[in-house]
Design a protein around this ligand. Structure first.
Ligand SMILES: Nc1nc2c(c(=O)[nH]1)N[C@H]1C(S)=C(S)[C@@H](COP(=O)(O)O)O[C@H]1N2
Ligand SMILES: [Mo]
Length: 496
């Protein structure tokens, strides 16, 4: 058997394993498929610097990059296993078994895993071992010299193609079992009080559409949560623990508010921020019904996939519009933004407040429990820092009447002032106050603009904001870890 054919046999066996595992995972759940399980484990354990690097290179495509990278590594190793099998079929089969074991163990370590989660890896691994054995034996039979020289290639090629088809079919079936249908069926109630103003009555781009809204989470496979079986348990240090269903929640009085969400990983000038109109039930109502114990200073939110975040109890009770949201911009929550229910808390970064696919509220203390990102070195307390960003102009512009414009945010404190500096290499400009556009509350970003009669030259534009407590954002540059970036945003513009 040539080395090339041996490698091909190994790759075919790996495709059979992955393809069949995807089919089995239609029944055991998408997160039990070995590639997804292994990458889920990787996401939970990679060092922080590597994760930041991956996000900086791949942005929000980081998960796709990880899955692709893992698949490539798997196929390379599979080719190696094929080469081993050329020497000894037993060695090759052992190699495949080890791989299946890694997949099975990774699946078992996932939150919510049952013993059935080993099935995709075990079935896939067994089929791969058999495939490798048969392919190697076909080649090594003495009469194969005289038989059709293409038998091997036909056999291996057909098997590989079949495996890919099985894998894709598995994925398609899993998608059909998703919750898009159930989501389309949800009828959102009207808010009990006055609805938030329609986007058409507000400045352009004030509201971010669902399609343009940034997405950040640790889920490789977007959790598909059936609203009919969803429930939320409120427990821990409370007088009366209770559980509510989606129907219970929809029957409660709702509020509708614009709230600007921001990610702690947003670099100065970055776009991991968005402003949506949320419909939901005030968390305060539910917490007060449960009766949190004095001194229980943290409310931990737990998602169906085991992700956690912790918010100060006091923040959820201080009267701000913290809510269990079911609607986003007039629609049921998009699946990737937490369908059927998520938290939204004005003023705190998402990783300490905005749990998607939420299923539990546990009242506890900060001393007792470190949530997902806190265990990985991020701050337990993370109010959003005052920030501002220039969106236009950028690059090269013709001389004339231009508008410098962007957004500034200090959620739940409010923005009092935005200043812009127009500098050249020769001279730093003076700080000029920008015009602030209408907003509906202190919980959202504020759009700003400044007219500029631009003459030819090279300019650096810089922006800084002052919040309603009188604090001007610091010029001191710091990176996102451990509690959010600081520094002024500048852009370079060439006017011709
Ligand atoms: N279940 C779950 N909820 C989560 C996260 C997550 O990884 N898992 N990430 C949080 C982070 S870091 C942010 S910034 C916000 C982002 O919400 P969005 O994707 O709807 O913009 O969701 C939060 N909620
Ligand atoms: Mo985030």
């Amino acid at each position: 058997m040539t080395k090339l054919r041996a490698a091909f046999a190994g790759v075919t066996a790996a495709l059979v394993a992955v393809g069949l595992a995807e089919l089995v995972a239609v029944f055991t759940g998408p997160r039990s498929a070995p590639l997804v399980a292994v990458d889920g484990w990787v996401i939970d354990h990679v060092p922080e610097w590597l994760k930041q690097f991956a996000i900086s290179v791949f942005g929000t495509n980081d998960k796709l990059a990880l899955l692709t990278g893992t698949a490539v590594v798997l196929l390379l190793i599979a080719a190696g296993i094929g080469l081993l099998a050329r020497r000894s079929v037993a060695l090759g089969v052992t190699g495949i078994s080890l791989f299946a074991l890694v997949g099975a163990v990774a699946a078992l370590t996932r939150e919510g895993a049952t013993i059935a989660w080993v099935l995709p890896s075990v079935v896939g691994g067994a089929a791969a071992a058999l495939t490798l054995y048969l392919l190697v034996r076909t080649e090594q039979r003495p009469e194969s010299e005289s038989s059709d020289r293409r038998t091997f290639l036909k056999l291996a090629g057909l098997t590989a193609a079949g495996a890919v088809v099985a894998g894709l079919a598995g994925r398609a079936l899993a998608d059909r079992r998703g919750v898009a249908e159930a989501r389309a069926q949800v009828e959102l109630p009207a808010p009990a009080g006055s609805p938030a103003p329609a986007p058409s009555t507000l400045p352009a781009d004030y509201a971010t559409s669902n399609k343009d809204f940034y997405r950040i989470d640790t889920s490789l496979i977007v959790p598909q949560v059936d609203p009919d079986t969803w429930n939320l348990r409120i427990h821990g240090a409370v007088d009366h623990e209770f559980t509510i269903t989606f129907a219970d929640l929809l029957a409660m009085p709702m509020i509708e508010r614009y709230v600007t969400l921001a990610c702690v990983s947003n670099e100065v000038g970055g776009d991991l921020i968005g402003n949506a109109r949320w419909l939901g039930v005030p968390v305060k109502t539910l917490l007060e019904r449960a009766g949190p114990h004095a001194g229980a200073d943290q409310v931990v939110q737990r998602a169906v996939d085991g992700w956690t975040c912790g918010t100060p109890t006091q923040v959820l009770l201080d009267g701000r519009d913290a809510m269990l949201a079911v609607g986003m911009n007039g629609e049921p929550l998009p699946v990737e933004h937490g369908f059927p229910v998520r938290m939204v808390v004005p003023g705190l970064y998402g990783y300490v407040s905005a749990c998607k696919w939420i299923t539990e509220l546990e009242v506890t203390t900060f001393a007792e429990f470190d949530a997902y990102w806190v265990r990985r070195g991020w701050s337990a307390q993370a109010p959003i820092k005052t920030q501002s960003r220039i969106d236009t102009p950028t690059g090269s512009k013709r001389a004339g009447e231009l508008t410098i414009a962007g957004v500034a945010w200090a959620q739940h404190r409010g923005i009092a002032k935005v200043e812009v500096q127009i500098s050249t290499a020769a001279q730093a400009g003076r700080w000029q106050e920008a015009e602030l556009l209408d907003t509906v509350s202190i919980d959202t970003w504020k759009q700003w603009r400044l007219p500029w009669s631009a003459t030819p030259g090279e300019y650096t534009l810089t922006v800084r904001a002052t919040d309603a407590t009188g604090q001007t954002q610091t010029e001191q540059r710091s990176s996102v870890e451990p509690d959010g970036a600081t520094g002024w945003h500048s852009v370079r513009v060439r006017v011709t």
